[in-house]
Design a protein around this ligand. Structure first.
Ligand code: SF4
Length: 292
């Protein structure tokens, strides 16, 4: 890695502290443990966990926590995943019901080992939640399923409210830090979603601080607009461990504002940008704003 590493010199605006010992969070943790479920909120020690849980929003990570890919910026372990847990779709629905969630985000590691990439598992989980919590809104934050249109069509038959697929970074970075993914294929996932179901809300997001120029960021935003994306999330890359790709730059809140204003000027339905923004940050608010 040749880039200058500034990961250890976190600026003031990125010093939010989190503690996962709050009573409410402990109860939620216990419930999830009993049902053998993972949330990204806990696994990634997300700094927004209290805000999201208090707004009745949570992000479940389906199909285990071992990914078949190994993006250099990602904190998820890479390797050979375990077999699918066929009771997971039902257990997610049970947990969502117990927590009385209003907005549920379903995501997963990439499962290139599965013939369908896990599309059926997503489908089953969405259907299960519809049955238990018909009023809740569901967002699927999906991997690229190796570009399978059939898999995407199958998943969309379950009628999630939002289909999210993160582009993560600029095109140039793909060969370097997102080796098993493909920039165009990811854009196609988003485009194909709208082609299959024109009324679904689509969403994507990326991180800043991975060695991009402002021109490259603008090109990325144009590409997402051309892919018919409705909601855009833009956040700061924070290095999950010393083994991950170094942080190249910490963007100031003002720089985030400028980039958000640029994206807004292109006509996205909703753009959220800031140092602490993550893909699922204020997910329900973004959905409501984009549909009102
Ligand atoms: S595919 Fe997704 S979960 Fe897997 S390593 Fe890359 S970013 Fe992380």
């Amino acid at each position: 890695m040749t880039a200058k590493d500034i990961s250890a010199t976190r600026p003031e605006w990125l010093k939010k502290r989190i503690s996962l010992n709050n009573n409410n969070i402990s109860e939620i943790k216990q419930l999830l443990e009993d049902l053998k479920l993972n949330t990204v909120c806990q696994s990634a020690k997300c700094p927004n966990i209290f805000e999201c849980f208090s707004k009745k929003t949570a992000t479940f990570m389906l199909m285990g926590n071992i990914c078949t890919r190994n993006c250099a910026f990602c904190g998820v372990a890479s390797g050979k995943p375990e077999a699918l847990d066929s009771s997971e779709p039902l257990n997610v629905a049970k947990a969502a019901t117990s927590l009385n969630l209003k907005y549920i985000v379903l995501t997963s590691v990439t499962r290139d080992d599965l013939p369908d990439g896990g599309t059926r598992h997503f489908y089953d989980t969405v259907m299960s939640i519809h049955k238990f919590l018909p009023q809740s809104k569901i967002e699927c934050l999906i991997p690229d399923f190796k570009g399978s249109i059939t898999g995407l069509e199958h998943l969309l038959l379950s009628k999630p409210d939002v289909l999210n697929h993160n582009i993560e970074t600029i095109n140039k970075n793909y060969g370097l830090i997102r080796k098993h993914a493909d920039y165009k294929r990811s854009l196609d996932v988003l485009k194909n979603t709208k082609k299959i179901n024109n009324s679904i809300i689509t969403k994507s997001g990326f991180m800043l601080g991975l060695g991009e120029s402002i021109e490259e960021v603008k090109t990325l935003i144009y590409d997402l607009k051309d892919a018919y994306v409705d909601i855009l999330t833009i956040g700061q890359y924070l290095r999950p461990s010393d083994n991950n790709y170094p942080v190249h730059k910490y963007y100031t809140p003002e720089e985030f504002d400028e980039i958000r204003e640029f994206a807004d000027s292109l006509g996205f339905k909703y753009v959220v940008a800031g140092p602490y923004v993550r893909s699922s940050y204020q997910a329900r608010d973004a959905f409501v704003a984009s549909t009102s």
